[in-house]
Design a protein around this ligand. Structure first.
Ligand code: HEM
Length: 468
């Protein structure tokens, strides 16, 4: 077959576009789309990347031809941390292990985590003081790490969440730069090298995870959490999963399950602070539906605006801002015949802002997700959780968590940006604010209901609660 790559920037000899990319990955992606449109290609280190922006391409790569596109090579830099968890395995092995983990995310089970999500959010706001300045990313990271560890593995990380959160951040920062011609990536295990720091961070995480596994094994009985489930799950050969397989699943679920949601919440607080009209409308909805009562899973369906706000926030600042795949066999995309081995990059950040799919694409406008507006104009122009067989397994968990934490926190505090704070997105593995998210906590106005009138169990709730 004759192969012809689409046009694109040539970059420097040998390293291709690695420097331009590393300096400013988002700017690089934005320029690519602006100059080349639906598809472009460029040399990157020793490979040729294809960058595709239309919803059609998302559908083609992630759904229709998913079997021809692999993860492992793309996420190779994460393997030192994640090992062989769901994100980094492919093919039949992936299918098998995805089936093992899936029951943890069935609807009923996910809904059973609701109360603990709200309870942990309440605990967080109890520690906050009016007027306090804090880095919202760090706060949300501690909170989401505690939630996912408790929900999935029944471990209480209240003490360690700060240390472990930073160990994750350090590891992901390091791994993100791997292979990008940075001296930091030389594997010299010394106290002052980046690699040395990574090894220490990883050792901290590994120790915590092996302790979790050990505790579960010792207790011996099924306590109904995901780890118990995995401990009793036979692998492909019919034997139980090894400690190292369990470790990789736990590490992957902890890593994928907290950073993303923390970043999503941080950007949402930022957008609400910048758009008081949206914030007011959201506060009105929360006030009407739950008043001062801790929100429950049953309340969420009565809070459509809350969902629209979270979705719109993940449109403008998708926590996972791009995904990529490597093709096994030759394929055809946007009219180009491309060889097996090609890496295809798709970007939520770019596609989520293309004017052919969205009205005023750069505007924060949650109503675009309402049943009346029905945006995006095409399926798969919105894919914050990916799509197809590798779609985020934690999506129902994350959507529920984001809404419950957001509503609970807003009932108590109205975070506002520290004046003069520079908020610039920095695309690492996730899209983080480069200089953190410094915010001041203002107390939220009292709501109409008093907490004593809250029903302790959510079963009888029907939307608007009565004041006594
Ligand atoms: C707002 C929060 C989240 C976002 C935006 C997000 C986004 C994503 C995306 C885009 C992918 C697909 C990556 C690809 O196609 O290469 C993914 C995969 C994954 N996510 Fe999430 N995620 C979130 C929360 C979670 C949570 C809470 C968990 C677990 C508790 C989780 C666990 C995973 C796992 C295990 C995978 C790999 C799935 C597979 O390949 O089979 N994620 N996530």
């Amino acid at each position: 077959m004759h192969h012809d790559f689409p046009a694109g920037p040539k970059g420097l000899p040998i390293i291709g576009n690695a420097f331009a990319y590393q300096r400013d990955p988002l700017g690089f992606a934005i320029r690519l789309e602006r100059e080349y449109g639906a598809i472009a290609s460029y040399p990157f280190l020793n490979i040729r990347l294809v960058f595709a922006t239309r919803a059609e391409s998302v559908r083609y790569v992630l759904i229709e031809n998913a079997r021809n596109f692999m993860n492992r090579e793309v996420y190779f830099s994460l393997i030192p941390l994640l090992g062989d968890g769901l994100l980094t395995i492919d093919g039949d092995l992936h299918k098998q292990h995805r089936r093992l983990v899936q029951p943890a995310f069935h609807r009923r089970r996910v809904e059973s985590y609701g109360d603990l999500m709200t309870a942990y959010a309440l605990e967080t706001v109890e520690h906050w003081r009016p007027g306090q300045v804090l880095d919202m990313v760090r706060e949300m990271q501690k909170l989401t790490l505690k939630v996912v560890a408790k929900a999935l593995f029944n471990v209480d990380l209240r003490e360690e969440s700060g240390v472990l959160g930073q160990a994750f951040t350090a590891s992901l920062n390091y791994l993100n730069n791997l292979g990008l011609l940075s001296f930091d990536s030389l594997p010299l295990n010394l106290p002052f090298t980046a690699y040395g720091r990574f090894m220490r961070a990883k050792a901290t995480l590994d120790a915590a995870i092996y302790q979790i596994i050990g505790d579960h094994r010792r207790s011996g009985h099924d306590i109904g959490d995901v780890l118990s489930m995995l401990l009793h799950a036979p692998d492909e050969a019919g034997s139980a999963l090894s400690d190292s397989q369990l470790h990789d699943h736990i590490m992957t679920l902890l890593a994928a399950g907290h950073e993303t949601t923390a970043v999503a919440l941080s950007w949402t607080f930022y957008l609400l602070a910048e758009h008081p009209d949206v914030r007011q409308k959201l506060m009105d909805e929360i006030g009407q539906v739950v008043g001062n009562c801790p929100p429950t899973v049953a309340d969420l369906e009565h809070m459509p605006y809350l969902e629209m706000v979270v979705k719109e926030s993940m449109r403008l600042y998708p926590p996972v801002w791009s995904v990529a795949r490597q093709a096994i066999n030759d394929f055809e995309l946007e009219g180009y015949k491309l060889p097996g081995g090609t890496m295809v990059v798709l970007s939520q950040y770019i596609t989520h802002r293309l004017p052919q799919y969205w009205t005023e694409p750069h505007r924060f406008w949650p109503e675009r997700f309402s049943p009346e507006q029905k945006e995006p104009r095409e399926d798969f122009a919105y894919f914050p959780f990916g799509a197809g067989p590798r779609m985020c397994i934690g999506m129902p968990f994350a959507m529920m968590e984001a809404r419950l934490l957001l509503a609970t926190i807003l009932q108590h505090f109205t975070p506002t940006l520290v004046s003069g704070a520079r908020i610039v997105p920095k695309p690492l593995v996730t899209l983080r604010p480069r200089y953190g998210m410094p915010m001041v906590l203002f107390p939220s106005q009292a709501q109409r209901t008093s907490p004593s009138s809250c029903l302790s169990d959510s079963s009888g709730r029907q939307g608007i609660r009565r004041t006594p």
